[in-house]
Design a protein around this ligand. Structure first.
Ligand SMILES: *[C@@H]1O[C@H](CO)[C@@H](O)[C@H](O)[C@H]1NC(C)=O
Ligand SMILES: *[C@@H]1O[C@H](CO)[C@@H](O)[C@H](O)[C@H]1NC(C)=O
Ligand SMILES: *[C@@H]1O[C@H](CO)[C@@H](O)[C@H](O)[C@H]1NC(C)=O
Length: 398
């Protein structure tokens, strides 16, 4: 009898343990330690690439936090900065920073105006929003490949650089963040001006995105934190360039058909992420619903203290304080318009604006975006905060 009990226990115990493990991954998983962060994307997470490559950003960018232009198109910190802070890391230097850069804890390859698909017209010949970055995702991937190879070489060969590049083994344990797609939609609109044509080109964007994520994985990356795209139909530059009728405007004042493109992009992105999870068996990919978070800010604008939620804080002209030719992310701080010299300046209280410059969010808005995603409440797999993203967990239903 006794021996039978032992046999039964020996038989069922492993099963029981397996069940306990599967049913409560949160309790068994430890907090992830990321020795480094590597970031890819566009101006939503550009910590200085465009500025390093071409002209410096001008004041009043950086006013709210850095006290000077920091290379970011914002009055302060971006979501990626709040993420780095929350993980106890210094802000990420841009890979293109040629002065005093320290990449020990990672690097950002994001560049303002970057697209997944090859750009049509390049910055600096045509400036944003009619020109796009010469560093699209493909180039960022090539830069990362070189960064990784050379870091290994430098780390081993030159003791002077040991404290400025990541260790070889940190690449596989790092967190890889990606926020791109907004400019592919923008480029589609500016070149074709047809909602349907842009929607039809989304599968092509997804092919590019998937192949580069696979490329980054093939270099040893395992943990990905991928942002979907925000509601483009709420941005002043879209509302100004592509005005829609009242019937196509929602209660927040955003363009319904333009937001439909973002939603369609995000639907396809979700499919792509599920496919990647199946194809990259050792990956842990978290997809973050930035659309819902950003949209919730427009919906709750009043209670969050935002006045005139669709009006840019820094800009000039029109209903939304925005005009393509004279912007806060541009190359001039003053301009003579109808014989009058106009200077670009920040609105009086940037804390009360969602949009900083017509395309980019204010630091106040980005802080709320980060606070809301940092709990894991907008993640797929569900309830995945950044600190748990290294664990493979089951997806929500496809
Ligand atoms: C670079 O930053 C790391 C912390 O991430 C620090 O330990 C290291 O000393 C820094 N390197 C230099 C040269 O300051
Ligand atoms: C514009 O539309 C054409 C035809 O539908 C398509 O081939 C092209 O890729 C589109 N361009 C962009 C930038 O979306
Ligand atoms: C912006 O500048 C371009 C080129 O200089 C010009 O063709 C266009 O009319 C300008 N747009 C506005 C709204 O002033």
């Amino acid at each position: 009898m006794k021996s039978l009990n032992i046999n039964i226990a020996a038989y069922f115990l492993p099963l029981f343990c397996a069940f306990a493990f599967l049913s409560s991954p949160v309790f068994t998983a430890e907090t992830c330690e990321y020795p480094a962060l590597f970031n890819f994307g566009d101006s939503n997470s550009d910590t200085g690439s465009m500025s390093a490559a071409f002209a410096s950003k001008l004041p009043p960018n950086g006013d709210a936090f850095f006290g000077r232009p920091s290379g970011r198109v914002s009055n302060g910190r971006l979501v990626i900065d709040f993420l780095a802070e929350s993980l106890g890391k210094p802000f990420l230097h841009s890979y293109l920073d040629s002065m005093a850069a320290n990449f020990s804890h990672g690097a950002s390859f994001s560049t303002s105006g970057s697209t997944i698909t090859p750009p049509k017209y390049l910055i600096p010949v045509y400036f944003v929003p009619h020109g796009w970055s010469p560093f699209p995702l493909y180039v960022q991937f090539v830069q990362f490949t070189q960064f990784k190879d050379r870091s290994e070489m430098i780390y081993n060969q030159d003791p002077n650089f040991k404290y400025t590049v990541p260790k070889k083994e940190h690449f596989s344990k790092a967190l890889y963040t990606i926020d791109i797609g907004q400019n592919d939609i923008g480029m589609g609109l500016f070149t074709n001006n047809s909602i349907e044509a842009v929607k039809a080109s989304v599968p092509n964007m997804m092919e590019g995105l998937k192949s580069h994520i696979k490329g980054i994985y093939s270099l040893g990356a395992r943990t990905f934190w991928i942002h979907n795209t925000g509601p483009i139909g709420c941005l002043p530059y879209i509302l100004t360039n592509f005005p829609v009728s009242d019937k196509d405007t929602d209660s927040a004042g955003c363009s319904i058909p333009h937001n439909e493109i973002s939603k369609h992009y995000n639907y396809k992105l979700k499919e792509a992420v599920y496919e990647l999870r199946r194809e990259l068996p050792s990956s842990a990919i978290t997809l973050v619903d930035i659309y819902s978070v950003k949209y919730s800010i427009y919906k709750e604008a009043k209670s969050l203290g935002f006045k005139e939620p669709l009006k840019a804080c820094c800009g000039y002209g029109g209903k939304y304080n925005y005009g393509d030719n004279f912007t806060c992310f541009g190359i001039e701080t003053s301009k003579t318009i109808n014989g009058k010299k106009i200077a670009l300046k920040s609105c009086e209280n940037p804390r009360e604006r969602i949009s900083w410059d017509g395309i980019h969010y204010s630091e106040a808005a980005d802080k709320i975006v980060f606070d809301r995603i940092s709990t894991g409440a907008f993640s797929d797999p569900p309830n995945t905060p950044p600190s748990m993203a290294c664990h493979q967990r089951s997806s929500s239903k496809n």
